[in-house]
Design a protein around this ligand. Structure first.
Ligand code: PGA
Length: 272
């Protein structure tokens, strides 16, 4: 099996002023200092706090991402931020199609695809978010919704991009609600996502590349439930909202990712 990257990403949403971002990013960087076998740690502040976070994580293994971006390089698009602006800052990752963008800001499967193409063109690592609503889950539509979102996001994306893209499964009903998706079920849906990707690329003989795509789970991840998630074979990391806003909650999540990197996630679980 391919050894995939483990990623622990903190989506700060519309929280953290520049001053607060400096404090939190500094505390995370300090917590990672001197640690071996760290997962990829990504802090995703609001646009105005990106530079502060970047300054605070200098000389540390921590990376910074953006929560969204337009797909065009520049233009008369009031309120938007372009990939060129993000790469100039030193941003490495970008979230694409977070459910809050889909729900409140008109993001569609088509604009997700446009943003994904732009992220790749600008060498940003995209974290593409997919997930069903509660209604869709209760109507038995989880797999078809997620398959459709993944298929639309990856339309016309060349196979070699699968070495860069990250996908996060975030069931909408689990985001910010405290209701975590059970690890077995999250693992099953991520398996479906991997199978969908393999299927999409089978024509060119590239289905094996699906094995390289890091798949994250997101939705009410916290220190008390992450270990179980990290012990599952398809869950390569976590996209975390609420629990990423305090260093004392986020650092244990990084630790859980570290155990996965060390291959001891399962062992630690079996001892529980
Ligand atoms: P949550 O958010 O961890 O607060 O549920 C996750 C996300 O929206 O990325």
């Amino acid at each position: 099996m391919t050894k995939r990257k483990t990623i622990i990403a903190g989506n700060w949403k519309m929280f953290k002023t520049r001053k607060e971002a400096t404090e939190l990013a500094s505390a995370v960087a300090a917590g990672c200092k001197g640690e071996k076998d760290l997962p990829e740690v990504v802090l995703i502040p609001p646009f105005t706090s990106i530079e502060s976070a970047l300054n605070a994580i200098k000389d540390s293994p921590v990376s910074v991402g953006a929560q969204n971006m337009d797909w065009r390089d520049n233009g008369a698009f009031t309120g938007e931020v372009s990939p060129v602006m993000l790469t100039e800052l030193g941003v490495k990752y970008v979230l694409i199609g977070h459910s809050e963008r889909r729900q409140f800001f008109g993001e569609t499967n088509q604009t997700v695809n446009q943003r994904l193409k732009a992220a790749l063109a600008h060498k940003l690592i995209p974290i593409v978010c997919v997930g069903e609503t509660l209604d869709e889950r209760e109507s038995g539509l989880t797999d078809s919704v997620v398959r459709r979102q993944v298929g639309a996001a990856l339309a016309e994306i060349p196979p070699e991009a699968l070495e860069i893209i990250v996908v996060a499964y975030e069931p909408v009903w689990a985001i910010g609600t405290g209701k975590v998706c059970e690890a077995d079920e999250a693992n099953r849906v991520l398996g479906q996502i991997r199978a969908t990707i393999a299927d999409l690329y089978k024509e060119g003989g590239n289905s094996g590349l699906a094995d390289q795509v890091p798949l994250l789970y997101g939705g009410s991840v916290k220190p008390s439930n992450i270990e179980e998630q990290m012990a599952k074979p398809e869950i390569d990391g976590a996209l975390v909202g609420g629990a990423s806003l305090k260093a004392e909650e986020f650092l244990p999540l990084i630790k859980a990712g570290q155990k996965r990197v060390q291959g001891t996630a399962k062992d630690s679980l079996s001892k529980v």
